[in-house]
Design a protein around this ligand. Structure first.
Ligand code: BG6
Length: 485
């Protein structure tokens, strides 16, 4: 029988994401037959205590989706077991080994990365790292290239690369995969997908939440390492990569790594011009007064809660096309989107604005709060005006729209990733060399900041970051998508 072991089974990630994901998969009959799910954690809880916590976390999520089923939950609990272990001790892992049995096992490490090396070593010593075993690593793996390699080398000692699944949950989001369908399942976009037609690309991951209780982790990483090194660079890769030969994991990942290698390094001299660091001060978000990061943290700190970067990809397709990335906590909206901004028409036959200004075409791939892909095009305002009037319209390219279908429930990104990892499909996981390249690029930004002593600029919670983030675009006559046009 296959087994899934959740190390850190009682922790935040397991309770908030992994167990609810497993519940939804169970409900839809998608879990592998006979799968055993074993929560492994240090706490000396009983199985019943663990199940009570699982019930609490799952019911909340399922009821919010109108998807609660007592039967499905009962089927899930039949699979679940709990074991209290010190996962870094081979002796202590013996009980776990007995519970796992002889089937293929997937270990999911939802624990602090500082424990990764110790756990993989112990798994190997305990005979839990055989050829059928797989290991899933949550980010962050390391804090820079050096620490990434230290941890990853330890992992490589126990598991082959094909057994290692480095999670970036953004790759499990439906719209991210839809981006691949849009680019490579159609002929209309790809001929335009280059520096001849595209002016620039924007990637925004805006969050309204603050750092709050997570500061012990966050203060060490900051937005650059927490979001840019992984989620944002992964999105950039999917936008920028060349068409792979097929959807095989190696084909896709080969193309992504080429993009990362083509990213121009940010030099110390230009860092001030092409990067922005920010930190939120008290303000108002979604109608609520909120504290600044310093107040949450309890003392002043240099950690950035906002970052914006103008990145350049040095290859034939993208030379001269800036990729603007921005992400931050305590921004006005939870909005994640990729904006492909096309160039203006080469010559307007409509005069200079008297028929309505021509808005350049824009493709918006929205991941959150809604999942949608829309294209802004110009058309004629209906009617018998004497002078033809133009207007921009936004065409939704999303599935189901207009077809009268009810969109399927939006799945938690981990649902897909858990299934893929158990099935051994690594297409949507990050390969070692990708993580390595991403760290190299992020490290030189971090170094430039620390060498030049760049402190984060203040921004009031509830605004879109420091004014310098707007200047990053306005300097070249561009502006961030506000969603209002
Ligand atoms: C996590 C980061 O990886 O992604 C968090 O550690 C961030 O800081 C989260 O809040 C955002 O994920 P999502 O899916 O809510 O956009």
């Amino acid at each position: 029988m296959p087994a899934l072991v959740l190390f850190g089974g009682g922790g935040d990630l397991a309770m908030r994401m992994l167990l609810p994901s497993l519940y939804f998969l169970e409900r839809d009959g998608l879990l592998p037959e006979g799968l055993k799910i074993i929560g492994a954690a240090r706490q000396a809880s009983t199985r019943d205590e663990f199940l009570a916590r699982v019930r609490d976390s799952v019911t909340g999520k399922a009821q919010a989706e109108d998807a609660w089923s007592e039967d499905a939950f009962a089927r899930l609990t039949d699979r679940i077991d709990y074991v209290a272990v010190d996962a870094t001790s081979p002796d202590s892992l013996k009980t776990l080994k007995d519970k796992v049995g002889d089937g293929a096992v997937t270990h999911f490490l939802a624990v602090s990365p500082s424990l990764y090396a110790g756990i993989v070593k112990a798994l190997k010593a305990a005979g839990l790292a055989g050829p059928d075993a797989k290991i899933v690593l949550e980010k962050p793996v390391g804090r820079d290239l050096k620490t990434f390699l230290e941890i990853d080398d330890a992992v490589a000692h126990a598991f082959r690369e094909s057994q290692v699944f480095r999670i970036d949950h953004y790759l499990g989001k439906e719209t991210v995969q839809n981006l691949l369908a849009l680019r490579f399942g159609n002929t209309v976009f790809e001929p335009l997908w280059n520096n001849l037609s595209i002016d620039h690309v924007q990637i925004t991951v805006g969050e309204t939440v603050g750092v709050g209780d997570r500061w012990p982790y966050y203060d060490e990483y900051g937005a650059l390492r927490d979001m840019v090194q992984n989620h944002m660079l992964q999105l950039l890769c999917l936008v920028a990569m060349e068409p792979p030969a097929d959807l095989e994991p190696e084909s896709v990942r080969n193309e992504k790594v080429k993009v990362l290698r083509s990213l121009r390094r940010v030099t110390h001299e230009e860092a001030e011009r092409v990067t922005v660091r920010g930190q939120y001060t008290p303000g108002e978000v979604e109608g609520q007064r909120v504290r600044g990061y310093v107040e949450e943290r309890g003392q002043s700190t240099d950690t950035e809660t906002f970052v914006a970067i103008r990145a350049e990809i040095g290859n034939w397709r993208w030379a001269g096309v800036p990729f603007f990335m921005r992400t931050g906590k305590r921004l006005p909206e939870k909005r994640t989107e990729i904006v492909i901004q096309f160039k203006p028409v080469p010559h307007s036959i409509f005069g200079s604005g008297e028929r309505g200004a021509i808005q350049d075409n824009r493709l918006i791939i929205e991941l959150q709060p809604e999942e949608d892909i829309s294209l802004t095009v110009m058309n004629k305002r209906p009617g018998l005006d004497q002078t033809m009037q133009l207007q921009p319209i936004s065409m939704s390219l999303s599935w189901g729209q207009g077809a009268g279908d009810r969109p399927p429930r939006r799945r938690i990104a981990y649902e897909r990733l858990l299934l893929d990892a158990m099935a051994g499909d690594s297409t949507l996981f990050v390969r070692r060399d990708e993580a390595e390249e991403a760290w190299k690029w992020v490290d030189q930004v971090a170094e430039a900041w620390s060498d030049a002593g760049f402190r984060p600029l203040d921004y009031v919670a509830g605004t879109w970051g420091p004014a310098a983030a707007d200047t990053l675009l306005s300097r070249s006559g561009r502006q961030w998508n506000t969603g209002d046009e």
